[in-house]
Design a protein around this ligand. Structure first.
Ligand code: ASP
Ligand code: MG
Length: 423
């Protein structure tokens, strides 16, 4: 990295450009892939100051988790954090060794060494603050700094214990570091070319988006699009960090997640179609129809940190009604356990679950100001003979609950109806 240093003018002062690049688990799954990424970083460095954030190699995190669960079905949170954090420590050290082999001066840091201080909440700790002094020092010494993603430490009052940020948390590490370092660019490299109008495995005519705003990306992620960790997008919005999502294996331009561009009035109000088959519907049957019942049911779920969607209550006949809602499939057992006592308390008849459902959503910040999109969506589904089991909306999203088997047809019909195909 002895080429000319590109500079950005910051407060009139010329400063070297700082770039944060994150590489996902599939991009660093083998030593060969790590070597390719290291070569790429070396080739494209162009004098910028580079902070690399890595995920664990391939399925390492799952493998470590399985080992712990072989020994104990509910492993202790503190030990699990310490175990899982090793995945990223391995990949960060190997990446640094690979960079050094390319003749690049580099150093690896754990999350704690990088100054990432978190809450003391095992498995899903939030970042409290970042002290970027060590990273800055290493950058000043012209080193590429490779940070182990997905982890931090508690503060000294809590013994500086190792914590993790939740599955997929390396994205959050990258965006948080970009914010703390006031980086010029934040780039997330993965195994897809960017964010698509819908899942290209379902609709080959899905188009890659050049840009998408934070709000839309959050809705897409919340409704099943598995591109980025939602917390990373929230952080990007909060600290005004534009995030490039691109492929680590090619030079396709990727998608920039950024602020909404108010000059883009003319674009398609719908940005994408999301689908989520990982949901279950629960119905509390024959609930007495009186004030406070919904509160009792949903308060119990809130206490257990369970997110609900597509809530419906049918018209009460003879003083009783059915209340149904959806939860994410991994929360199903927890939801049933939480609700059985409530069922008794409120005098409902039964709790019925249905796993044969899925959600399809249209998402776009333009929906807010364009009436008629709900009608068009329902029309497209009915033209394909797809029955709507329930509906939920936000200002920029309309979601229909349908039968699981109809998902592919629904996605394709909606993609066509809202003219999202590649030009
Ligand atoms: N390795 C962690 C996981 O698989 C974090 C990440 O990949 O971002 O969840
Ligand atoms: Mg991973």
């Amino acid at each position: 990295m002895h080429r000319q240093t590109p500079v950005s003018s910051f407060n009139g002062k010329a400063e070297p450009v700082i770039v944060v690049q994150k590489y996902g688990g599939s991009s660093v799954a083998t030593t060969e892939k790590i070597r390719n990424v290291a070569k790429r970083i070396a080739e494209k460095a162009n004098g910028a100051r580079i902070v690399v954030v890595v995920s664990a190699m391939g399925d390492t995190t799952d493998d470590l988790l399985n080992m712990a669960q072989e020994l104990c079905p509910m492993p202790d949170g503190r030990e699990l954090d310490k175990l899982l954090a090793t995945g990223e420590q391995i990949s960060s050290a190997l990446m640094t060794i690979a960079l050094q082999a390319e003749g690049i001066s580099a150093v690896s840091l754990t999350g704690g060494q990088a100054g990432i201080i978190t809450e003391k909440v095992p498995g899903k700790a939030r970042i409290l603050k970042i002290d970027p002094r060590r990273i800055r020092e290493e950058l000043n010494n012209e080193k590429v700094v490779v940070v182990a993603g997905f982890q931090g430490v508690t503060d000294h009052a809590n013994w500086a214990d190792i914590t993790t940020l939740g599955r997929g948390g390396s994205d959050t590490t990258a965006v948080a570091l970009a914010a703390a370092l006031k980086a010029d660019r934040c780039e997330i490299y993965t195994d897809v070319d960017g964010v698509y109008t819908t899942d290209p495995r379902i609709e080959p005519l899905a188009a890659k988006l050049d840009t998408i705003c934070y709000e839309e990306m959050l809705e897409m992620a919340g409704q099943g699009a598995r591109v980025m960790h939602s917390r990373a997008v929230e952080l990007g919005e909060l600290y005004d960090v534009s995030i490039l999502v691109a492929n680590s294996a090619n030079d396709t331009p990727g998608t920039v997640i950024t602020k909404e561009d108010p000059t883009m009035e003319v674009r398609n109000p719908v940005r994408g179609i999301a689908h989520d088959t990982d949901v279950a519907r629960l119905t509390v049957v024959s609930v007495p129809d009186r004030p406070g019942i919904a509160y009792q049911v949903f308060q119990r779920l809130a206490e257990k940190n369970i997110n609900v969607d597509v809530i419906l209550q049918n018209v009460s006949k003879s003083g009783v009604a059915d209340v149904s809602f959806t939860v994410a499939m991994p929360d199903l057992e927890k939801t049933k356990c939480a609700l059985y006592p409530v069922i008794k308390e409120i005098g409902a008849e039964d709790l019925v679950t249905d796993q044969n459902v899925a959600k399809v959503s249209i998402i776009g910040s333009g929906i807010r100001s364009h009436p008629g999109y709900a009608a068009r969506m329902f029309g497209a589904l009915s033209a394909d003979g797809i029955n709507i089991l329930g509906i939920s909306t936000s200002e920029i999203r309309i979601t229909c609950l349908i039968e699981k088997g109809a998902v592919r047809n629904a996605v394709r019909a909606l993609h066509k109806t809202f003219e999202l195909e590649k030009p």
